[in-house]
Design a binder for this molecule. Structure first.
Ligand code: PGA
Length: 250
């Protein structure tokens, strides 16, 4: 099943979120073979959850902390997110890695905590421009993925992966579908090595400047299991177009 996820980042107050979801639900047509996910900021999770009530659209968070509770000022645990109805959490987004200095070790702890809590992590990986230019894209992806999944390699059917080249995020310059497909194949092959028993029950999403006018092109490739959408998910009218790009795809 394809997964199309909206990452609102630090946008939308609870009232703005309610307005968005109401509009989106008017435009949304349920279709088999695709799952839609909205990841608002923590402070709008409740508003989105209440407004989505009764719909099949899923709720997710953009980040989490790996401890269950305790003296961790400002942090939000998976136990809290679960009670709010979150079934997904984005882990290791490039902005977490590069603006907030999140290490591979922390990302791994978050992945482990998600699995313990029964919340599906969307693990983000992606190379920087200088790494692509140096020809080490696959090496970077392999390293990030091996470390993120360290100790939980047998549970790859409980995670999804988002390939988001750092240079494509928020720049209006997406990867070409061919370049994305090459990395998606590499990720699948790597997971087969890490977990030979894996039933391939995970998805590899593409993220980075996905827009209504380029989404369809990506959907032609079976390696693209969905999208993680930032900027273009902020308006219901554009996000629905991206969701509908998968209309006829299984
Ligand atoms: P973008 O962001 O669609 O605005 O490039 C994607 C992401 O950061 O997940």
């Amino acid at each position: 099943m394809k997964l199309i996820a909206a990452n609102w980042k630090m946008h939308k107050t609870p009232s703005e979120a309610r307005e968005y979801v109401n509009k989106f639900l008017e435009l949304y047509e349920a279709k088999q073979g695709r799952e839609v996910l909205i990841c608002p900021p923590f402070t709008s999770l409740c508003a989105v959850q209440e407004t989505l009530e009764g719909s099949e659209i899923k709720l997710g968070a953009q980040n989490c902390y790996y401890e269950k509770e305790g003296a961790f000022t400002g942090e939000v645990s998976l136990k809290f997110l679960k009670e709010l109805g979150c079934s997904y959490v984005i882990v290791g987004h490039s902005e977490r890695r590069h603006i907030f200095g999140e290490s591979d070790e922390i990302i791994n702890k978050k992945v482990v905590a998600c699995l313990e809590e029964g919340i599906r992590p969307i693990i983000c990986v992606g190379e920087k421009l200088e790494e692509r230019e140096a020809g080490i894209t696959f090496k970077v992806i392999e390293n990030q993925l091996r470390l993120a999944l360290s100790g939980v390699e047998n549970y790859t059917d409980r995670v999804d992966i988002a390939y988001e080249p750092v240079w494509a995020i928020g720049t209006g310059m997406p990867a070409t579908p061919q370049d994305a497909v090459a990395v998606h194949r590499f990720i699948r092959d790597l997971i087969k090595v890490l977990n030979p028993e894996s039933g391939m029950n995970f998805r590899v999403l593409y993220g980075g400047s996905v827009k209504p006018d380029n989404a369809k092109e990506f959907t032609k490739y079976r390696e693209i299991d969905g999208f993680l959408v930032g900027g273009a998910s902020l308006k219901p009218e554009t996000f629905i177009e991206i969701v509908n790009a998968f209309k006829d795809v299984n």
